[in-house]
Design a protein. Structure first.
Length: 565
């Protein structure tokens, strides 16, 4: 009788052979045969297919179909796919509630859970299907941490809704809440708008955090640049999934790992994409975290330096007119690459999972005739990029201000201090915020929140009430990519860890000076030190569970809010 264990496995089973090969592994094979895998399947390289499908949002809703297409193409390419699921938290659904504390925490859980499954089952490679905000950086962090061949595929953006003859997004609904509170929109109009804003599957449509990070992943070289931007409901998305499976199998065969692709240059390319597209300030947190997984030095000063030299050329919401589906039709991220490569603003020699360089992708960009979404680099919307890093006596470790639209560059006014987002929203709803105020929301940082909630519920309501151009807001929390106006986030150190923001009192005069790159309170150093010396740390909001564990191990926002032992 022929020895059933004598046939050699594929040479590409660099990891999984230890799980499946030889007579000693008969129990493992018995379990896997119970799933339906054959001897032939188990002799091939094993590629994990991580999905973030969940029924709590439209953002990731098409991933089951995409995973099926990916798995079929992996099999056709001579490897064996194994699908598994991880979590996702909807920022748009949880915004303004306690649930929003889970959002940034979920990034770590996503990264940890993908890592655990891949290490536990010795995958030779991995494909990560991503959609809503934290699934993208979380999956990239896991891929880099594992350093096995693989890629990240964005499941695509949602189409805009249509309401009263115009395109609308979820941002319009958030701002309509403020308009309703101020009496300029009826309850019936608000209800009609909420029913039209999200017409189906896909992540939020503007250059909010999901689309910002999807663009950044293309520029990092870890996502197939021609595939991720295809909208979620476009018929071509299934073909994109099929191609992604083929690419993953090639990466495994050639043993091309993230560490061979992701460099300081590719991280700087990604930062330039955020600046040029007017993207979300959350990208600062996420790119810092991604860099840390491969031990690449990246600091807030890198964002400042790159944004200062990179013009805004994508006319995208929230600062502009268009949404992600418009950008795709215009020419997609490849067109953005073309403009930045031609101007010498990114490194075109950086390699990608596609097997080509950024410069080659840029050279193959197909621009739609008459498109107005992506401007020529010689005719930018703004001369410098969509964010700036401020320091000063209120933010010794730094903070981030978004400058995608036509925000003011200076604001001076009295502080209105709130100890939580809910407390601030109640004041906004009661129309208690006045023109000229500097709204301060503290104890919402990575540890203090915990979870560093986004403030779109508040910022959109302020804009909806018509105060967007008349106030400034600062917080140790963060902002949605949909936020616009003079909003300063990620103030570090945070209040819960004794940062100067903890010492502020109502009526203190605060200056936001973008030109000077400074955030300051008009208070002498001794007085500020005296207040901080008298400060007593509040008790943690949670005594056990995931929030308590996160608060105890999370780093400063200035270091990416990563968790470390």
């Amino acid at each position: 009788m022929t020895d059933p264990y004598s046939e050699p496995s594929s040479s590409a089973k660099r990891r999984s052979a230890a799980l499946t090969d030889g007579p000693d592994r008969a129990p493992a094979r018995a379990m896997l045969k119970g799933v339906g895998f054959s001897d032939e399947d188990l002799a091939r390289p094993i590629i994990g297919v991580a999905t973030t499908w969940i029924e709590t949002m439209p953002c990731n809703l098409n991933q089951r179909a995409l995973a099926t297409a990916i798995k079929a193409s992996i099999r056709e390419a001579g490897a064996t796919p194994m699908e598994f699921n991880t979590i996702s938290i909807s920022d748009g659904v949880s915004m303004g509630t306690e649930g929003m504390r889970a959002s940034l925490v979920s990034r770590e859980v996503i990264a940890d859970s993908i890592e655990l499954v891949a290490r536990g089952h010795l995958f030779d490679g991995i494909v990560c299907l991503v959609g809503c905000d934290k699934t993208i950086p979380g999956s990239v962090m896991a891929l880099c941490r594992l350093d096995i061949p693989g890629l990240v595929l964005y499941n695509g953006s949602i189409a805009p809704g249509r309401w009263r003859g115009r395109d609308v997004t979820i941002l319009d609904v958030f701002e309509a809440v403020g308009a309703h509170a101020s009496g300029t929109m009826s309850a019936g109009e608000l209800h009609s708008l909420e029913g039209a804003a999200c017409p189906g599957a896909g992540a939020c449509g503007g250059q909010f955090t999901a689309n910002t990070m999807a663009t950044a992943v293309d520029f990092l070289g870890l996502g197939p640049a021609r595939l991720g931007g295809i909208p979620a409901t476009d018929p071509g998305k299934l073909d994109a999934a099929t191609e992604a499976g083929r690419i993953a199998a090639r990466l495994v065969e050639a043993d091309i790992r993230p560490s061979a692709l992701l460099t300081k240059a590719s991280l700087e390319n990604a930062i330039a994409s955020v600046a040029a597209s007017g993207g979300s300030t959350n990208a600062v947190l996420h790119l810092l975290a991604i860099a840390s997984e491969l031990g690449i030095e990246l600091a807030l000063e890198d964002f400042e330096r790159i944004a200062a030299r990179t013009p805004v050329i994508a006319d995208l919401k929230p600062g502009g007119r268009f949404v992600a589906t418009d950008m795709y039709r215009a020419g997609g991220s490849a067109l953005l690459m073309r403009e930045l490569v031609d101007a010498g603003l990114i490194d075109g020699s950086a390699r990608t999972v596609d097997g080509v360089t950024i410069g080659e992708i840029a050279g193959g960009a197909e621009e739609s005739a008459g498109q107005e979404v992506i401007r020529r680099i010689s005719d930018p919307l703004k001369a410098t990029g969509g964010l700036a890093i401020l320091r000063g006596n209120l933010a010794p470790e730094g903070c981030v201000v978004k400058l995608a639209g036509h925000e003011r560059r200076f604001h001076r006014g009295p502080a209105r201090v709130f100890e939580s987002e809910e407390e601030c929203f109640a004041a906004v709803k009661a129309q208690a915020i006045r023109a000229g105020d500097v709204v301060v929301i503290r104890y919402e940082g990575p540890a203090g929140g915990p979870g560093m909630r986004e403030m779109l519920h508040v910022t959109a309501a302020i804009v909806g009430e018509g105060l967007g151009e008349d106030i400034a807001l600062l917080t140790d929390g963060r902002f949605s990519g949909a936020t616009h106006g003079l909003m300063v986030g990620h103030v570090a150190p945070e209040a819960a860890r004794g940062g100067p923001i903890a010492a502020l009192r109502d009526g203190d005069i605060i200056e936001v000076d973008v030109e000077a790159r400074e955030l300051r309170v008009v208070l002498d150093a001794d007085a500020l030190a005296k207040r901080l010396g008298d400060w007593v740390a509040p008790a943690p909001r949670y005594g056990n569970g995931v929030f308590a564990k996160y608060a105890a191990s999370v780093s400063s926002a200035s270091r990416g809010a990563v968790t470390r032992p």
